[in-house]
Write a protein of this length. Structure first.
Length: 265
């Protein structure tokens, strides 16, 4: 506990971790979540979500996973795909809690059996690849494309969700065979100034706040300093609360935001 007691909070409201309890349903994030959910529930094959660094893509993916009940969905999440193509199938099997075989053919057979078993149990299989823009080996994208060949005449046996920074779009478009499979795409934009205010209020309340701590002018200052990017909003707001507690302030005003910005740089 650092400043939580001073501000009468139960926990820190602006930690930069993808805690679904702090998922803020902004219109942009809700549209992104709706598209991801639709892609999974309608078994569309491949879905792509992009956004600038810190815009909340990972948080959105965790909110999606929380939405997908285990009894209905079998989810594998690859948080960092910066490995060799030969290790992709091993990682997928590991994330699904399955034994890793020695040969690639054996692993493909194992995955196929899992997909068919899920089908019999009326479960859908979902593979989420976060930070997909870090993939440098084209062979990994080719392997991901081939996973979409696991299908029946009327449905895919696996839904692939790609999350990444804007450059992911050009990487996917450079592979026509994969790009054509990505039927749902969404680009996540930063918050507006009004959304920054709602976001800060939402997270403060989620952390236990019973009063408005950030003044309207402070909200404007946070937006100006961060461009509405959630991760930057978190960093500046967190430091402002820390500095405010040390200076025994009653509220966070624009001057405290400026001090926080100096420390954040």
């Amino acid at each position: 506990m650092y400043y939580e007691k001073f501000w009468d909070l139960k926990k820190a409201p602006f930690d930069n971790v993808p805690d679904p309890r702090f998922y803020f349903p902004s219109p942009r994030h809700e549209e992104g979540l709706s598209r991801l959910t639709y892609g999974v529930e309608a078994r569309k094959g491949a879905v792509m979500l992009t956004g600038e660094i810190g815009c909340g893509k990972t948080m959105l993916s965790r909110a999606l996973v929380q939405h997908l009940v285990p009894e209905r969905y079998d989810v594998a999440l690859i948080a960092n795909p910066s490995f060799k193509a030969t290790d992709l199938m091993k990682e997928i099997l590991y994330q699904l809690g399955m034994p890793q075989k020695r040969s690639k053919l054996a692993m493909i057979h194992t995955l196929n059996e899992r997909l068919l078993d899920n089908l019999k149990q009326e479960k859908d299989t979902v593979l989420i690849v976060d930070e997909a823009q870090v993939v440098t080996d084209q062979a990994i994208f080719e392997e991901l494309r081939l996973l979409l060949n696991f299908q029946l005449n009327d449905r895919f046996l696996l839904t692939l969700i790609l999350l990444g920074q804007p450059e992911l779009r050009s990487k996917i478009e450079a592979i026509p065979q994969l790009s054509q499979r990505v039927v749902i795409r969404y680009h996540l934009l930063p918050f507006t100034v009004e959304e920054v205010g709602d976001y800060i209020e939402f997270r403060m309340k989620a952390a236990g706040a019973s009063r408005a701590v950030f003044t309207p002018d402070a909200i404007v200052a946070v937006y100006a300093a961060t461009g509405g990017i959630p991760r930057k909003v978190n960093t500046v707001s967190d430091l402002a609360l820390l500095i405010g507690s040390m200076e025994r302030c009653q509220q966070i005003g624009p001057d405290l935001v400026k001090k926080a910005l100096v420390e954040a740089q």
